[in-house]
Design a protein around this ligand. Structure first.
Ligand SMILES: Nc1ncnc2c1ncn2[C@@H]1O[C@H](COP(=O)(O)OP(=O)(O)OP(=O)(O)O)[C@@H](O)[C@H]1O
Ligand SMILES: [Mg+2]
Length: 328
């Protein structure tokens, strides 16, 4: 990537974020993280209380990157074939033909994912990991990009099937939209609603980029962002320390380390750099790692959280300062 391509990439990223922010009231850092995950070809889980804009944000984002979107509301009676699709017998010519499920799309909004039984969840999680599905023995690749944005709310326990830790690992980032940070933002939500004259403004949102451009940005992240050895060492120390923390029963897997690397490289591109700096890593550590560590039961009961432990780990690892080597 030359200087100009890099600057254009940064601008494209800004345009995507600006477009989402036209309708979504919230901090830009959250939008940057969502974009970083998608640029790194990763999936995102939003966990937060009801009514905090999770579904809205997912819809706006998929519009903004110019992709095809499908939405599945997860319910207790949802079947794997409702997501993947199935072969249907056609009586007119006596043949079977595939009816593709909603998973054949660019952005799949899996709303309230913890309401579906484990068998259905795992059908989706398998598709997320392998980026292909097998129906009646035929294997078919999924779209490119293929990004799942799943939502779940943490308070409703009845009739939910919490995602097992092993499956949480499939999500590159776990994010929360959070409450509006001040009175002004709270007011903004109302004012925008008055301006839209409808509940859901996402259908009117013009894409900020074409899908091909988005795929090109993904390519830049994969091939054009340099990661110095000191960054690799930094990530390695963070991941390894997450396993040694006294409150941790099971630490982050190597997949967790790879996830940090991917998210950090995407962050570098969003900031218009073709090399990763320690801040790119730091910025995403809690979102990448907190849902991948399993704490000891006693510590959980005492109120310890994955976020807290990961913050402690991050504070303990020295930040590399050898910037000269990094920017080569
Ligand atoms: N930050 C925000 N910016 C703009 N609108 C918002 C925001 N937060 C909430 N809203 C509005 O509040 C309503 C509820 O949002 P939404 O349906 O996205 O919530 P949710 O987090 O998906 O809730 P649930 O967990 O119940 O599914 C929507 O009409 C949305 O427009
Ligand atoms: Mg919702």
């Amino acid at each position: 990537m030359n200087e100009q391509q890099l600057e254009e990439a940064r601008l494209s990223c800004e345009q995507i974020i600006d477009r989402v922010a036209e309708a979504f009231v919230g901090n830009r850092l959250l939008l940057r993280k969502l974009l970083a995950a998608a640029l790194a070809n990763g999936h995102v889980l939003f966990e937060d209380y009801p009514g905090l804009g999770k579904t809205l944000l997912a819809k706006l984002f998929s519009r903004a990157i110019g992709g095809d979107t499908k939405r599945v509301q997860f319910t207790p009676d949802l079947l794997p074939s409702d997501i993947l699709g199935m072969n249907i017998y056609r009586q007119t010519d006596g043949t079977f033909h595939l009816m593709q499920g909603p998973v054949f799309t660019n952005v799949l909004l899996a709303d309230e994912i913890n309401r579906a039984p484990p068998k259905t969840q795992s059908a989706l999680l398998e598709a997320m990991e392998e980026r292909q599905v097998t129906i009646d023995g035929d294997t078919m690749p999924l779209g490119s990009p293929f990004v799942v944005i799943a939502t779940q709310n943490p308070i409703e326990q009845e009739g939910t099937y919490p995602l097992p830790e092993a499956q949480l690992d499939r999500f590159l980032l776990k994010l929360a939209t959070g409450y509006p940070a001040n009175d002004q933002l709270e007011e903004d939500i109302l004012l925008r609603r008055i301006q839209w004259q409808k509940d859901d403004p996402s259908a009117d949102l013009e894409p900020a980029v074409e899908l091909e451009r988005f795929v090109e940005l993904q390519q830049f992240v994969e091939t054009g962002v340099y990661t110095d050895k000191v960054i690799v060492e930094y990530i390695t120390r963070i991941v390894r320390l997450s396993r040694e923390h006294p409150r941790v029963a099971v630490g982050a897997s190597p997949r967790g380390g790879l996830a940090l690397l991917r998210a950090a490289r995407a962050m570098a591109l969003i900031h218009g750099r073709d090399f990763v700096v320690p801040d790119d890593v730091k910025m995403v550590v809690p979102d990448v790692l907190a849902h991948r560590v399993i704490l000891n039961i006693e510590d959980t009961l005492e109120g310890a959280s994955g976020e807290g432990v990961v913050e402690e780990v991050l504070a303990e690892v020295p930040v590399p300062s050898d910037m000269g080597r990094m920017a080569q």
